[in-house]
Design a protein around this ligand. Structure first.
Ligand SMILES: CSC[C@H]1O[C@H](OP(=O)(O)O)[C@H](O)[C@@H]1O
Ligand SMILES: Nc1ncnc2[nH]cnc12
Length: 290
């Protein structure tokens, strides 16, 4: 099968990629279970791309229930090297109101119930997460935002995304604490993906769409799921245009990414010393190190 180098993970309110030509779906079983849904593959302006709805197409998976490892493994197994996440986020900053877009460059992990690694069972690796977002891919998204020339849209380059376990939204005290920590936006999904994508040597960047002010803003209503999805849907057409422009750019010239060699200095156990079953399970990740 031809490799699909570019992937999109759609979040709340983004369950499909518009305009996919020659669209087909593939179902992949992985050693880490089934992904969130079938993966849609098709071409955008002549560039092959894979799309996966992280909560499933009918949004049936809680952030805690998303099979992050299966999703990343499945995308890696079809050749994905660049992965764009689209996510709804709450804002922790006055200057990032609902309907603005943000390209986070840092994460804080407050999740407690997520599978955090592909490794274990005789295979040890410690990747660097100092810079969890691929700066080159994030720059492609920033340029794509300019290409899309959306009327009255604002993009913030950089910001810290705090990832909570959910599914409940934060308490007021928590929201104020995260603001005091200097976090910019809040969500429930991105950090496990960024970490696993790094282990899989996939460049990862997020296009975050602000849907609410969480619960800290005295002048705005407290976030509800209805509010978040409603604002996300309002932004979805713009997000689709940015994605399309990003894929066009990647197809023309995909940037060099340090993420693509993340394991070169991270593998502690040499593949030859790993149990055969572990090596087989990690085959798509370890291929070039065998
Ligand atoms: C429906 S609001 C809460 C929900 O939205 C975000 O999801 P995603 O990152 O997939 O867009 C947030 O992380 C929560 O899962
Ligand atoms: N306020 C919020 N907290 C957590 N996740 C969110 N996703 C969208 N808005 C959010």
């Amino acid at each position: 099968m031809q490799k699909i180098r570019f992937g999109i993970l759609g979040g709340s309110g983004l369950y499909n990629m518009d305009g996919l030509q020659d669209r087909r779906e593939i179902t992949i079983d992985t050693p880490f279970g089934a992904p969130s849904d079938a993966i849609a593959i098709g071409s955008l302006d002549g560039v092959e791309v894979a799309f996966l709805a992280r909560h499933g197409r009918s949004h049936g998976l809680l952030p805690t229930e998303i099979p992050y490892r299966a999703n990343i493994w499945a995308l890696k197994s079809i050749g994905v090297e660049y992965l764009i996440s689209v996510s709804a986020v709450g804002s922790l900053r006055e200057d990032m109101p609902p309907r603005h877009m943000v390209l986070p460059d840092q994460f804080i992990d407050l999740t407690r119930k997520r599978d955090g690694t592909f490794f274990g069972d005789g295979a040890v690796a410690h990747v660097s997460l100092a810079h969890p977002v691929c700066a080159a891919l994030s720059q492609v998204l920033a340029d794509a935002f300019d290409d899309a020339a959306l009327p009255a849209a604002t993009l913030h380059r950089g910001g810290t995304y705090i990832c909570i376990e959910g599914p409940a939204f934060s308490t007021l005290a928590e929201s104020q604490l995260y603001r005091a920590w200097g976090a910019s936006v809040i969500g429930m999904t991105n950090l496990p993906e960024a970490r696993l994508a790094r282990e899989a040597e996939i460049a990862y960047a997020t296009l975050a769409l602000v849907t609410d002010f969480d619960c800290w803003h005295p002048g705005h209503d407290v976030v509800t799921a209805e509010m978040a999805i409603g604002n996300m849907l309002h932004n979805a057409a713009g997000a689709q245009q940015v994605l399309r422009a990003a894929i066009r750019r990647l197809g023309a010239a995909a940037p060099v990414s340090q993420a693509h060699s993340a394991l070169s200095q991270a593998l502690v156990t040499q593949p030859a010393a790993m149990p055969a079953a572990t090596r087989d399970r990690l085959a798509p990740l370890l291929q070039k190190y065998l």
